[in-house]
Design a protein around this ligand. Sequence first.
Ligand SMILES: NCc1[nH]cc(CCC(=O)O)c1CC(=O)O
Length: 285
Amino acid sequence: MTARALCDVHGWPDSAVTIVTVQTSGDRIQDRALADIGGKALWTKELDRALAEGEIDFAVHSMKDVETLRPAAIRIAAMLPRADVRDKLVGVDSFDALPANPVVGTSSPRRAAQVTRLRPDATITLFRGNVATRLAKLAAGDVHATLLAAAGLDRLGQGDVGVTIPIDTMLPAPSQGAVGIEALVGNDAVLAALAAINDTDTFDCVMAERAVLMGLGGTCHSPIAALALVDGARLHLRAEIISPDGQETVSEEARIDRQDQDAAQAMGRALLDRASPALRSLFEA
Ligand SMILES: NCc1[nH]cc(CCC(=O)O)c1CC(=O)O
């Protein structure tokens, strides 16, 4: 996608961009929750090293997997137009259609808390692995349902899998559905080439959602949802934190200026201020 966009916008031949596949620890380790194996650097460490050593000129990430705090030498240079931000429920047609005491597979603390809020009788079971592995576990009857990002399914040509969950039922993860491209600070030619393919709506929205995370001191242990949508000249920003048992939700909503990351960060702090001590303790701030 990124190579295509670059060649199209700059009139380069297809051969101008060479794709180097870098396997990350996040891809390799499939049997433990991300929270237990060191969090998001799992998807960036190897690509950061390849960037620093000049093996690659830029790195393409699912922004959802990119830590809030990045090394000073690395810049988020561009984002592609955002895909579907929503989650999908796979296995049943609705949360109501689940049997009593359902078993739902996910290892996302956000999805686990949101599912438990909707279905307090649910048991959440750890579910990782790639999409094919998860769908096989579901087909084998290990769980009644699982949740996956619509964007990931669409990109795998599996857009017909599952039922889309409305945003008001399940606010997505910060950065969900966005692809971002990072390059080294100081590599001006590459940064300029990437700037030409940046989708500013996606960039501003995702940066605001990341600022909420910054204000919260959130990690992948933390049940956080945030979504910004362009609303005229401003952003409509929503965020929530949820206790793992689904009993406590603190949410905030505001219209902010497009690049007002301070306001977004303040929203993150406001969520924490209003949370009970138990919920607050899930955050590092
Ligand atoms: N490591 C999880 C991850 N990171 C990005 C995606 C999907 C694409 C996206 O949300 O942008 C997924 C899988 C999922 O949440 O179902």
